[in-house]
Design a protein around this ligand. Structure first.
Ligand code: SF4
Length: 514
């Protein structure tokens, strides 16, 4: 049957405004890139409908002649999903620290380096940035560094996480005469270490850890030492690897170790400092700052959504957890259906798990356009809706007239989920059974993840039944927090955004100091 296409009536509905778009607005469209599951990310409203990745950190120490600068670029590239706004690397060569950071992706920032030799030192630290505290200005890009009176860099750090007492500490330091150059909580860590350097590096870090609260995984260097440390709850991940017996790598995720050919050794422990000593080249030392205070409380959302599926955190593979989450939600909320589909990309392993457990066939039906990193500029809501279909298109023949289970990693504001449902309805599915493999997100994160405020979190404001109605699906289920603990193998994680109980801090909006 030939269907006529109603071009005329469609055009009539579109408001044909002139495209009076200012250049700065136009350029703003290029600021965001599409990664991971951010299917509809190019509009701010859509970008907010996902918890956003925090930052990625990477550090390398080599007593040999490894090109730590190039390898750091590889490591940061592997961590690009954790932050795409800016990146930076500090390198230590012949007792001199050089820093190079800029806005943009790793491949863009380092594509034209006039004199790469300058950067080929034996230690390097790097950072990929997504702003969770402080504004997006260049002075907040990392690694941060501190200089001496001769304008030489004496200390550089890269931080992932959020401090919950940064504002008070900053005020105290300023009262003592410390000058801040940025508006990020990470600078508080830098200035505290700098202030305490008289105690020796180890003593300075220890004194800093005794003051700061919140989530922090840090790598850093002085002009003769390399170091890394992690907060007492180990909230943000930090893994240790080795390339050979004299070359070590520290990174947010194990994928960065793979990228530089390092073997995973272990995770940096909560409350642990590792460091090198100039008198014992090639040796890595470790101390626990306060064992009584140290707990294992890594962010559970890293496994559900943030980390790459090919990473392992605390020696647990992320892909396996995602597949198990699909199996578990089938056990928790079985349903009769013809096909299981996963929301690309992070819902797909769970959909495969659901399919294995239920016997309902999995189909990779939602096809994502991989080239949609930049935005179309469209003046009307109707055209914006159309852009959604450019980014994600279903294989209609696989789902038309079928009962479909759709698996997503989470529901945040609900707008993305609603659009997914519309895509499926437009494709003619008979029934839609929505499954989220994270529990309802009822509270924001103050520990290094950018989530909307409580007012915008749909599960904080609607019951599951109300949300089912709002989405217009036949059934809706969230993985329970109890089952999430079962698949993670323990309750030793942070579940704050599902339970409103945080391992540290008061669970209140952290006041920033812009
Ligand atoms: S509150 Fe949620 S997102 Fe934040 S660290 Fe805890 S589990 Fe992770």
């Amino acid at each position: 049957m030939i269907r006529s296409i109603k071009i005329k009536s469609t055009l009539e509905k579109i408001e044909m405004k002139s495209l009076d778009i200012h250049k700065s607005e136009y350029l703003k469209q290029f600021e965001t890139q599409t990664y991971g599951r951010n299917l509809f990310r190019t509009q701010e409203e859509e970008r907010l409908d996902a918890p956003n990745e925090e930052c990625g950190i990477f550090g390398m120490y080599s007593d040999g002649d490894l090109d730590t600068f190039s390898l750091s670029q590889f490591g940061l590239f592997a961590l690009q999903h954790r932050g795409q706004e800016a990146c930076g690397i500090s390198v230590l060569k012949d007792g001199k620290i050089t820093n190079m950071k800029d806005e943009g992706l790793v491949l863009d920032v380092y594509k034209e380096i006039a004199d790469p030799e300058t950067f080929m030192g034996n230690s390097a630290i790097g950072h990929t940035r997504y702003t969770t505290a402080g504004d997006k200005k260049k002075y907040n890009f990392q690694p941060f560094f501190a200089k001496n009176e001769y304008d030489q860099i004496i200390l550089s750090i890269a931080h992932n996480g959020n401090l919950t007492n940064a504002k008070e500490l900053k005020a105290q330091l300023e009262a003592e005469g410390v000058v801040f150059r940025a508006t990020s909580d990470s600078e508080v860590i830098l200035r505290l270490i700098q202030k305490n350097l008289d105690l020796g590096l180890r003593g300075a870090i220890k004194a800093t850890m005794e003051k700061i609260e919140g989530a922090y995984s840090v790598v850093g260097m002085t002009r003769n030492k390399f170091f890394a440390f992690r907060d007492f709850n180990g909230i943000r991940p930090l893994v240790l690897g080795a390339i050979n017996e004299n070359s070590y790598v520290v990174a947010s995720e194990s994928v960065a170790l793979d990228a530089v050919g390092a073997q995973y050794v272990r995770d940096i422990l909560p409350g642990e400092i590792i460091y090198t000593n100039e008198n014992e080249p090639g040796k890595l030392h470790s101390i626990m700052v306060d064992e009584a205070k140290a707990k294992q409380r890594i962010c559970s959302f890293e496994y559900i959504y943030f980390a790459r599926p090919d990473s392992s955190l605390e020696n647990i593979n992320v892909y396996e957890i995602r597949e198990k989450s699909g199996e578990k939600i089938w056990e928790q909320a079985p349903v009769e259906a013809d096909v299981v589909i996963g929301v690309p990309d992070s819902g797909v392993p769970a959909a495969i798990g659901f399919s294995k457990a239920s016997g309902i066939p999995f189909r990779p039906v939602l096809i994502k356009n991989r080239y949609i990193g930049r935005s179309f500029i469209v003046p009307t809501q109707e055209m914006r809706e159309r852009v959604v279909n450019l980014k994600l298109n279903p294989i209609i023949s696989e789902i038309k007239d079928k009962r479909v289970v759709i698996i997503d990693d989470s529901i945040v504001r609900g707008t993305t989920s609603k659009r997914l449902v519309k895509i499926l309805k437009d494709a003619g599915v008979k029934e839609i059974h929505f499954r989220s493999v994270s529990p309802p997100i009822i509270a924001p994160c103050y520990l290094g993840i950018d989530t909307p405020s409580k007012d915008d979190l749909i599960s904080a404001n609607m019951t599951t039944e109300e949300l089912r109605d709002y989405l217009g699906v036949d059934s809706l289920e969230f993985l329970s927090t109890e089952n999430l603990k079962v698949i993670l193998g323990s309750a030793n994680h942070c579940f704050g955004c599902f339970t409103e109980e945080y391992p540290v801090g008061k669970g209140e909006e952290v006041e920033l100091f812009n």
